[in-house]
Design a protein. Structure first.
Lengths: 150, 125
């Protein structure tokens, strides 16, 4: 794969470059089953999920969102993240030229399914550097236990 | 996949794959405002380079990761953002103002004073 030499902001070539990158990233994953709730890349916010023996870690990449406007809900094993991101556009009184307008603005909602052992009462959420990090604890019964041999 | 030689634009660590951050670029009479989404990048992992007339924004995603973590599902699969822009001569790269807050980078690139619009007075002799 080769890169284009010219890199116009928001230009056609930048778009091709993005497309190529997304294809590359998509094809790297062929064969592995995706989640039924997976969205095409470019969805807002992008979500990563990881697991540890004691918790489920969800990272939502939602830059520039007022944490007070984020709404998190867990219902029937589904975690939903909704909120609104306001456009940063300065007032346009005819003096402004826009060259690229790729950033998302408006209302969003994403839902992911948690595994069965998630404990909806033990959830922590932090917002740092534009990433919402949600930790859902696993129920104690589901955690691995070491059995001592007598 | 065919193996094509990678064109190196300059001698930095360009070989690592990176995500293209989404940007808004707007211009008014004073200069250009560039807004880039770089969630997960703290201030100390953000790098801005100006090389001749190329502006490169680059940042590393450093999330807080607990021990023994295994990825289950990932939409963000790279840990680095990079994007380059070519600037034109009327932009004053010495006076760029950068702000990073909540994963959003705002760059204000002013124009040189001589490039700003002004009215030319017509004197009557």
């Amino acid at each position: 794969m080769y890169e284009s030499l010219v890199n116009f902001p928001g230009g056609l070539l930048a778009e091709f470059e993005r497309l190529q990158q997304e294809l590359q990233q998509e094809f790297a994953n062929v064969g592995r089953p995706g989640s039924i709730r997976a969205l095409a890349s470019g969805a807002f916010p992008a979500i990563n999920v990881a697991s540890t023996p004691t918790s489920i870690e969800v990272y939502a990449f939602a830059p520039g969102v007022d944490p007070a406007k984020l709404d998190l809900q867990i219902e029937q094993g589904l975690l939903s993240i909704s909120g609104e991101r306001e456009a940063d556009a300065p007032e346009d009184n005819g003096t402004l030229s826009t060259y690229a307008n790729e950033r998302f603005s408006g209302r969003f909602k994403r839902t992911i399914s948690l595994s069965k052992d998630a404990d909806p009462d033990k959830v922590e959420a932090r917002y740092r550097d534009g990433v919402l990090h949600i930790t859902v604890a696993r129920q104690a019964a589901a955690q691995p236990k070491r059995i001592t041999i007598q | 996949m065919s193996e094509k030689p990678v064109v190196k634009r300059n001698e930095r660590k360009e070989d690592a794959q990176a995500l293209l951050p989404r940007v808004d670029v707007r211009e008014n009479k004073d200069g250009i405002l560039l807004i880039a989404d770089m969630p997960g990048v703290p201030k100390d992992k953000l790098e801005l380079h100006i090389d001749n007339d190329t502006l490169t924004i680059e940042g590393e995603i450093t999330p807080d990761t607990p021990e023994n973590m295994e990825a289950v599902y990932a939409e963000v699969r790279l840990s680095r953002y990079r994007r380059a822009f070519s600037l034109s001569a009327e932009l004053d790269t010495a006076r760029i103002d950068a702000q990073l807050s909540n994963g959003v980078l705002k760059l204000r690139i002013p124009k040189h004073a001589y490039a700003q619009p002004r009215k030319i007075e017509v004197k009557v002799a």
